[in-house]
Every structure is written in structure tokens, then in C-alpha cells.
Design a protein. Structure first.
Length: 199
């Protein structure tokens, strides 16, 4: 199971309620990638309740759409209750924004998430975590020529270049510690992402 870190938290959406009311109900909003789907864990605090939970997603420049839902009353017992929602058709290789609609309570914070599809091009990045240099090894001969960008967790490109061999090294001397993505655009037009960490 590949676990991706939730990258950026955006502003609260209120819908007539205060953010404190959402915080009083929502104990956990966790997003992770499992194979080729996105799984969301939602926890409703003990003693709190809401009228249904909807998982909503939007790609950049689009409107939110309901991806999955749990109808009926959520929570209400003295114990924290967990609900599991799935985005079975995530948008590949693009930043998406997820949020929860907690019935009458309102909307959760928005979370930016990058879904990285399973890689069939047999690309390895190492060491991971990296310090000053990231090595790229491309086993499949169809994928040996590419332009690349290193993208930080907020979605901003911080380095770019190209390579034309099965092995390539990328210098990372100016990068701060954190999670990064290597975005590769191959000569055949295919796009791949590899996640790595800089210590």
C-alpha cells in the first residue's frame, strides 16, 4: 500500500457555519493512494454527528463533484466512528482538490492531492530519501529520453532539465527537506511521476 502525504491545506469553506463546528465534528480526514485508487478515511468525533458524508473532488479549474458518499446519520455515539470513502477513478498525474461535505455541519477544509498512477515504464529513483543527488534509472528502452521537472509539494516546479540515457543524475543542492515529485515527459508523449523525499 502506497501512502501519500496530504500536501497542502487550503482555506475553509463555511456555507453559513463556523469552521469550529466542522472541527468539533471531524476528527480525521486522511487521504492515501492504494494501488490505482484514492482512499479516504473520515472519523466523526464521539458525541458528534452529521447527516451523511460526501467526498467531493475537483481538478484544477473545475467545479466540485461528488465522488463517493455515506448516506444517513454519521456518528452520534459516545465513541469516534470511522467511515471509508473511495475515489475509484482518480485523475492521473494531476493535482486534485478533495473536501468533505458533512451534511448540515458544512464543508471541511480543502486538501490538494496528487495521484500518481502505477508505473509500468520501470523507472527507479534512488536514493530515496535523497540528500544532494537523485539518480534516475530507466529499465524500459522506450522510456530513456525525457524532459523532467522536480515539483515541490505545493505543485510548483523547482528544477527542470532533460536526459537521453538509461541512467541520469539530478543535482538537488538547493532543495529544502520535504516531499517532491519528479515529473517525466517522454519523447513518445507519455507522462510519469515518481515521488521522492529530500532530507
Amino acid at each position: 500500500m502506497t501512502r501519500l502525504i496530504v500536501f497542502a491545506l487550503f482555506c475553509f469553506s463555511f456555507c453559513g457555519v463556523k469552521a469550529q463546528e466542522v472541527d468539533a465534528v471531524l476528527a480525521l480526514f486522511d487521504i492515501k493512494q492504494v494501488n490505482n485508487r484514492v482512499e479516504v478515511t473520515v472519523a466523526i468525533r464521539g458525541g458528534a454527528s452529521c447527516n451523511g458524508v460526501q467526498l467531493e473532488r475537483k481538478a484544477l479549474n473545475n467545479e466540485f463533484e461528488v465522488i463517493d458518499s455515506y448516506p444517513g446519520t454519521c456518528g452520534g455515539t459516545a465513541f469516534t466512528e470511522y467511515y471509508y470513502l473511495t475515489d475509484s477513478q482518480p485523475i492521473e498525474g494531476a493535482w486534485s482538490t478533495y473536501r468533505l461535505h458533512l451534511g448540515q455541519v458544512g464543508l471541511s477544509e480543502e486538501v490538494l492531492f496528487l495521484f500518481v498512477p502505477s508505473d509500468e515504464s520501470k523507472i527507479t529513483v534512488y536514493p530515496n530519501p535523497a540528500l544532494a543527488v537523485l539518480h534516475v534509472f530507466v529499465e524500459n528502452t522506450e522510456y530513456r529520453s525525457a524532459d523532467f521537472e522536480v515539483i515541490c509539494s505545493s505543485g510548483t516546479p523547482v528544477l527542470s532539465g532533460s536526459f537521453r540515457a538509461e541512467r541520469h543524475s539530478i543535482d538537488l543542492p538547493t532543495l529544502r527537506p520535504g516531499v517532491y515529485y519528479l515529473r517525466l515527459v517522454f519523447d513518445n508523449g507519455e507522462l510519469r511521476f515518481k515521488r521522492f523525499i529530500v532530507n
